[in-house]
Design a protein around this ligand. Structure first.
Ligand code: NDP
Ligand SMILES: CC[C@](O)(C(C)=O)C(=O)O
Ligand code: MG
Ligand code: MG
Length: 488
């Protein structure tokens, strides 16, 4: 049963709006978990990388896998053993665990939690990194167990990379109100977040509900769906216009990473400032047009996530052996962009902006729409920022590795399902718009005669970019991150 839908509106809004940025003084490192036995269920994208960070933070980490994974020495078994972790069956590992991290795919949570729960000792703690099972499926956890969430706003690979750089990724933490029998859920979640490095980048004290609704919205729209849509459309357009396939492939594969690197450091303002004046004004106009076309689709995703239609649809696909997900995965592998090979020509960093105006416009439109839609639904700006602007560069990095395949492999199955749902609706939605697109905005650049533009037009555009609420909150949140980095 959908837990969110069982709550009265007043409580739904209260939970959705729960979000406070925690001060570094509120953390006491991993002290609360020192000497405690942490057992991770599953050793995939989050399981492996969180486990490595927690061990490097001085904690006792081991893994439990389903019997078949151990017997067949599956990838999860190799991930754990080759990194020197102890691995055992549920019966061997769970009865002595103080903290159990459920890092299996969301689809498996009901089965896994039902199998794990009877073996957990009285008063232990069960943790999630995404609250789907609690919020959308209404999982009831044994009363004596504490239930917390530590959700990194990042793919697992980047959780590890940031930690190795001495930092971390922004993280949402929460305690499930129904399961905090000892009143120490928050202390456990804080220590777990500190162990992953999250406290160095910024922790939001959130709720299971706020995390689920914002995470689903971000991943379906700007983070994955928009980048997938843009990759397919921009590549096909360049080929249609007779551009060299190797150049088109390279511009897209590495373009997202390059333009969103500017986003990471200075938000949409800095990304747009990388364009010359005529390109900036053109890009702004295109992004406004894209926002008008795509707004109803963003609203639909938010409505379906809030009302439960999205989770119902995805769970129906789980029951159908993932038929839709697997079909879409196969189709993506057959798109022209996925089959293309990046050429060995040089593309300078600036050229990715100059020749990728449409890509910049898609990022701007997608970030702003995702942010606006989440905030309008009651999600706090800080959370909406992490789920839109902040995480986009981390996902773009994945595309630069092995295109859409890599992105869809590293993200959760839940994100992959939502990404396809969005892209399958957005590609046809943008068909008419794409008919008018020429290589001046994707592939070759404007070739404008100088940098001259009308002063008033430029002032208006700059004002609109800088005063968007995602820029205002982004500036504040990025300033906390810089401060924390400087301390290290
Ligand atoms: N992917 C990401 O970067 C992010 C994920 N999350 C959340 O983290 C959680 C884990 O996701 P993710 O890391 O993507 O998962 P993965 O798919 O990468 O890893 C899943 C792990 O669970 C094991 N597993 C699968 N099915 C079962 C089962 N029935 N019983 C026991 N173990 C099983 C797999 O091992 P084997 O099949 O070998 O048994 C594998 O080790 C999810 O809640 C997700 O929403 C949150 C933020 C980002
Ligand atoms: C963007 C997708 C994500 O939510 C994530 C990496 O944060 C996921 O579920 O994989
Ligand atoms: Mg996420
Ligand atoms: Mg997710």
């Amino acid at each position: 049963m959908n837990y969110f839908n069982t709550l009265p509106l007043r409580l739904q809004l209260e939970q959705l709006g729960q979000c406070s940025f925690m001060d570094s003084s509120e953390f006491n490192g991993v002290e609360k978990l020192k000497g405690k036995k942490i057992v991770v269920v599953g050793c995939g994208a989050q399981g492996l990388n969180q486990g490595l960070n927690l061990r490097d933070s001085g904690l006792d980490v081991s893994y439990t896998l389903r019997q078949a994974a151990i017997d067949e020495k599956r990838q999860s078994y190799l991930n754990a053993t080759e990194n020197g972790f102890a691995v055992g069956t549920y019966e061997e590992m769970l009865p002595t665990a103080d903290l159990v991290l459920n890092l299996t795919p969301d689809k498996q949570h009901t089965n896994v939690v039902k199998a794990v729960m009877p073996l957990m000792k009285k008063g232990a703690c069960l943790a999630y990194s995404h609250g789907f099972n609690i919020v959308e499926e209404g999982m009831q956890v044994r009363e004596d167990l504490t239930v917390v969430m530590v959700a990194p706003k990042s793919p697992g690979t980047e959780v590890r990379e940031e930690y190795k750089r001495g930092f971390g990724v922004p993280t949402l933490i929460a305690v499930h109100k129904e399961n905090d029998p000892n009143g120490d859920g928050l202390e456990i979640a804080k220590a777990y977040a500190a162990g992953t490095g999250g406290d160095r980048a910024g922790v939001l004290l959130s709720s299971f509900i706020a995390e689920v609704k914002s995470d689903l919205m971000g991943e379906q729209t700007i983070l994955c769906g928009m980048l997938q849509t843009g990759s397919i459309l921009c590549y096909d357009k360049m080929i249609e216009k007779g551009m060299e396939a190797g150049y088109a492939s390279k511009l897209i594969q590495y373009g997202w990473e390059t333009v969103t690197e500017a986003l990471k450091h200075g938000g949409i303002t800095n990304m747009m400032d990388r364009l010359d004046n005529p390109s900036k004004i053109k890009c702004f106009d295109i992004s406004e047009e894209l926002k008008t076309i795509m707004r109803p689709l963003f609203n639909k995703h938010m409505d379906d996530i809030m009302g439960g239609a999205f989770s119902e649809g995805m769970m129906a696909d789980w029951a159908d052996g993932d038929a839709k997900l697997l079909g879409w995965r196969e189709e993506t592998g057959q798109t022209n962009f996925e089959k293309s090979v990046a050429g060995d020509m040089e593309i300078s960093e600036q050229e990715f902006f100059d020749n990728g105006i449409l890509m910049v416009a898609m990022v701007k439109a997608g970030v702003e729409l995702a942010f606006e839609t989440m905030v309008a639904a009651g999600i706090k700006e800080e959370s909406a920022y992490y789920e839109s602007l902040h995480e986009t560069p981390l996902i773009a990095n994945l595309i630069s590795r092995k295109k859409l395949y890599e992105m869809n492999k590293v993200i959760s199955d839940t994100a992959e399902y939502g990404c396809y749902l969005f892209a399958n609706a957005c590609v046809p939605l943008l068909a008419d718009f794409m008919k008018s697109v020429e290589t001046d905005i994707i592939g070759k650049g404007l070739a404008a005669d100088g940098n001259g533009v009308d002063n008033m037009a430029l002032i208006d555009v700059n004002e609109a970019i800088r005063n968007h609420p995602v820029e205002v909150i982004g500036k504040e949140l990025r300033s906390f991150m810089t401060a924390m980095k400087a301390i290290l």
